[in-house]
Design a protein around this ligand. Structure first.
Ligand code: PEP
Length: 249
């Protein structure tokens, strides 16, 4: 039985003082959750958030990392920096990073390798645009994204990865994929993992859905057999996140 994982993606929101206040609001609301709870926060918020959630069931993650260890990469953050600051997770390949910052599938593969080498738990994002869905290439697109992301990753490491299926047309738009649409793609992702690594790895890898998940739709989405959690943007900044965190109970 896979443990659910409910992760917030704060994106570029919350100053350090706002972040601390949000933690105080959310801590009691997620305390009883039976899922793994992760706050993925802006780099500058990692230290204060780690401090604010110490001793609770909340784990902290970064929203990105660079694949080099150190050096002249102005503005980037390394896996060692994330770890030393207390982050245990990291989002890799979010569609906003692919879109606004031109991250390629090859970059994502290098970032995934670095995160695993350094002992961070990666949340690797994939997902199609509306145009791709309408063209009927959704599955081909996601298979390509994930085949490149997992290239050269061992079976043992693959089992540590969380995959987030996030249709781009559903992110921040208020348009959620129906539970059946989300389940169909998550099942296809599990099938791909089975092809790449075998049935045992496919059975244990966790696959989240992300895209306008909220307190109203989370139960149906999280009730699907191949959806093992959520990656939540907008609703992760509100008390509503507590309802999502507890919806699996
Ligand atoms: C996200 O940023 O990963 C996301 C799913 O955002 P939202 O929940 O706001 O659609």
């Amino acid at each position: 039985m896979r443990k659910k994982i409910i992760a917030g993606n704060w994106k570029m929101n919350m100053t350090p003082s706002e972040a601390k206040a949000l933690c105080e609001t959310l801590k009691p609301l997620v305390a009883g959750s039976s899922a793994d709870i992760v706050f993925c926060v802006p780099a500058i918020d990692i230290v204060p958030v780690v401090e604010a959630v110490r001793g609770t069931n909340i784990r902290v993650g970064g929203e990105n990392l660079y694949f080099e260890d150190k050096g002249a990469y102005t503005g980037e953050i390394s896996a060692d920096m994330l770890k030393d600051a207390g982050a245990e997770y990291v989002i890799i390949g979010h569609s906003e990073r692919r879109g606004y910052f031109a991250e390629s599938d090859a970059d994502i593969n290098k970032k995934l390798k670095k995160a695993l080498e350094k002992g961070l738990n990666p949340i690797v994002c994939c997902g199609e645009s509306l145009e791709q869905r309408e063209q009927g290439i959704c599955f081909d697109w996601i298979r390509m994204q994930l085949k490149i992301a997992f290239d050269g990753i061992s079976k043992e490491d693959a089992e540590k990865v969380v995959i987030a299926y996030e249709p781009i047309w559903a992110i921040g738009t208020g348009k959620t994929a129906s539970a059946d649409q989300a389940e169909e793609v998550c099942a296809a992702i599990r099938e791909l993992i089975s092809e790449l690594y075998g049935a045992k790895t496919a059975e244990c890898i966790r696959i989240q859905y992300g895209g306008s998940m909220n307190a109203g739709n989370c139960r149906e989405l999280l009730g699907k057999p191949n959806i093992d959690g959520g990656l939540i943007g907008g609703a992760s900044l509100k008390a509503e996140f507590g309802e999502i965190a507890n919806s699996g109970r």
